[in-house]
Write a protein that binds this ligand. Sequence first.
Ligand SMILES: [Zn+2]
Length: 55
Amino acid sequence: MISDNQPNSVAADERVGKVFAVVSDDLRMCLICDQMFTRQGSFEHSKFPCHPASS
Ligand SMILES: [Zn+2]
């Protein structure tokens, strides 16, 4: 009997805890890397890890 306690509903849907500041209607600023994105762009950006810009 094979153990059947593995959840098979684990989707690869990691919500990255990104924070975007709303600059204007269609402009968001990522508070992590300080880059500006459109609404769509911020959605795409939130899928990937980003790092603070270090000078
Ligand atoms: Zn970012």
